[in-house]
Design a protein around this ligand. Structure first.
Ligand SMILES: Cc1cc2nc3c(=O)[nH]c(=O)nc-3n(C[C@H](O)[C@H](O)[C@H](O)COP(=O)(O)OP(=O)(O)OC[C@H]3O[C@@H](n4cnc5c(N)ncnc54)[C@H](O)[C@@H]3O)c2cc1C
Ligand code: SF4
Ligand code: SF4
Ligand code: SF4
Length: 380
């Protein structure tokens, strides 16, 4: 029997949630408090639905319209979509960044550059606590941006931080760092004419093959005889998950084994990097402690130019083998996604059906109605 996905609840239950956090920010039913929330101690890997009956009655189902796992534009399954303007290897020149960064610290350096030259006023970043619970936040502080460096290979509701800017009048311009599904959600929101579209002034994409639930990581660490509290860094290299512990010891775990617990969300995701970003940063194809950097548009180019002029970032052109490696991974991701998507469409009736449409009203009008009148269920 095939299952009909009707709202965010059924979507989550079916495993099609990569916990981007967009629905937490956008659900229009909240009155003072949100109907969706992120409460790490209660549920670390998916939004918490406060009132499921409200969802049953909800006529917007905006959560479904903006969800990056329900709405995957078909173009993203086409290799030609993944074109970029220029490709480089890059590395930060800033010691404090390099000492904390995941790879070459390009992402953190570009964020710092954007804040310093006034491209943006705020950055949405992802910090974590000692237990590796993700802590998305909006900040203007350079030290917070540096503190947030390094990758959390754990589903993290980065876009929930949008909620903090939605009801402000003059929020200024914001930079968002995100993996492809998070930037896909932002794009779905943009297509609905989000009133803060112009607020999102810079999108820095991160490459992503997959991510893990926190529960899965916890089990892996248990198997390795350690806990989150002891881990200072995670990495994925050479077919293994690597954990650096407080005492400097390194533990590794086979990636193939870890991947057994992947969510359908990741299996059906076609994007290695985001065509919606201004620049994309990864490590595939780059030497140790360097990044692969793809410039996607003129804004991304200007940002990289400013960072190099200010001598915050060094770059060198990517060689043919780097470009080829990235191309191989782009193809692999699309092929895998197509295979899984075919399987899932048999199982779930409307997975390919919902596309963001205005349905008679702009998202901004719905949200304004929500905050202005403070009532549940504005008419579409
Ligand atoms: C879940 C995940 C999977 C990835 N998979 C791959 C891969 O398969 N191949 C590859 O080449 N690269 C992958 N990356 C990217 C890689 O890990 C580095 O983030 C990238 O190379 C940038 O390095 P950096 O030194 O410039 O980052 P840094 O300067 O250390 O900055 C990292 C930035 O990423 C943000 N961040 C950390 N975790 C998350 C998260 N979960 N969601 C959103 N933002 C986050 C931080 O806020 C910070 O701003 C992945 C990243 C993530 C988060
Ligand atoms: S993927 Fe994002 S928008 Fe979709 S249900 Fe999960 S948190 Fe919500
Ligand atoms: S109330 Fe509506 S928009 Fe909010 S989560 Fe439920 S179905 Fe989605
Ligand atoms: S593989 Fe796709 S869905 Fe999964 S975490 Fe990465 S970007 Fe998100």
């Amino acid at each position: 029997m095939s299952v009909k996905l009707t709202n965010v609840l059924t979507n989550i239950d079916a495993g099609f949630c990569s916990f981007c956090g967009a629905c937490i920010a956008i659900c229009p039913t909240h009155v003072g408090s949100k109907n969706l929330d992120y409460i790490p101690e209660k549920s670390a890997d998916k939004p918490i639905v406060k009132d499921s009956q409200a969802c049953e009655r909800c006529r917007h189902t905006l959560c479904m319209q903006i969800c990056p796992q329900i709405n995957i534009p078909t173009g993203l399954f086409n290799v030609d979509t993944y074109s970029y303007r220029e490709a480089y290897y890059s590395r930060s020149t800033m010691h404090e960044v390099l000492s904390r960064a995941q790879d070459g610290g390009t992402t953190t350096t570009l964020l710092l550059t954007a804040l310093r030259v006034g491209f943006v006023d705020y950055a949405i970043i992802l910090k974590r606590d000692d237990e590796w619970y993700p802590r998305p936040m909006v900040t203007q502080s350079e030290s917070e941006v540096v503190d947030a460096a390094s990758s959390k290979y754990i589903f993290s509701p980065v876009l929930a931080a949008l909620y903090d800017i939605m009801d402000r009048i003059n929020v200024g311009r914001v930079a968002v760092v995100g993996i492809p599904c998070q930037l896909r959600a932002l794009e779905n929101i943009r297509r609905l004419e989000f009133k803060h579209n112009s607020t999102i002034a810079l999108k820095i994409g991160l490459f992503c093959m997959h991510s893990f639930t926190r529960d899965r990581m916890e089990l892996i660490l248990k198997e390795l005889g350690t806990t989150f509290k002891d881990v200072v860094k995670m990495n994925i290299k050479k077919g293994k998950l690597w954990f650096t512990l407080r005492d400097g010891k390194m533990l590794d775990y086979p990636l193939k084994k870890a991947e057994k617990g992947l969510r359908p969300a990741c299996k059906q995701c076609p994007e290695l990097f985001s065509p919606y970003a201004n620049v994309n940063v990864g490590s595939i194809g780059a030497e140790e402690n360097w990044n692969s950097l793809l410039i996607m548009d003129s804004k991304g180019k200007e940002l990289v130019e400013r960072a190099t002029e200010m001598k915050l970032l060094e770059i060198k052109p990517m060689n043919g083998s780097g470009i080829e490696t990235i191309g191989k991974f782009v193809n692999r991701k699309i092929d895998d996604a197509l295979k899984h998507r075919e399987l899932y469409t048999k199982e779930f009736q409307n997975i390919l059906l919902v596309t963001p449409t205005k349905r008679g009203r702009k998202l901004s009008e719905i949200l304004e109605y929500r905050s202005g009148r403070g009532i549940y269920l504005s008419p579409l």
